[in-house]
Ligand binder design. Sequence first.
Ligand SMILES: [Zn+2]
Length: 73
Amino acid sequence: MKHERKSKIKKRTCDVKGCSEKKKQSIPAGKAAKKAGLDIEAEGSNAYLCKKHWKIYKKETKDDREMRQLGWN
Ligand SMILES: [Zn+2]
């Protein structure tokens, strides 16, 4: 078991590029975030979003799921 504690500096802001709002919600960084159109600057496997970007992320990813369920592909 490896436990790396590299977070000397605790980042408390949103990981979206250019955003300096307080972070609110963590999401898996990567595909989903990109799909939501968010420019994430996260180094780990998780990214943090502020309220505003979390809303966008939630909306975008939800729409995507719903559309697939409805067979809109
Ligand atoms: Zn943000």
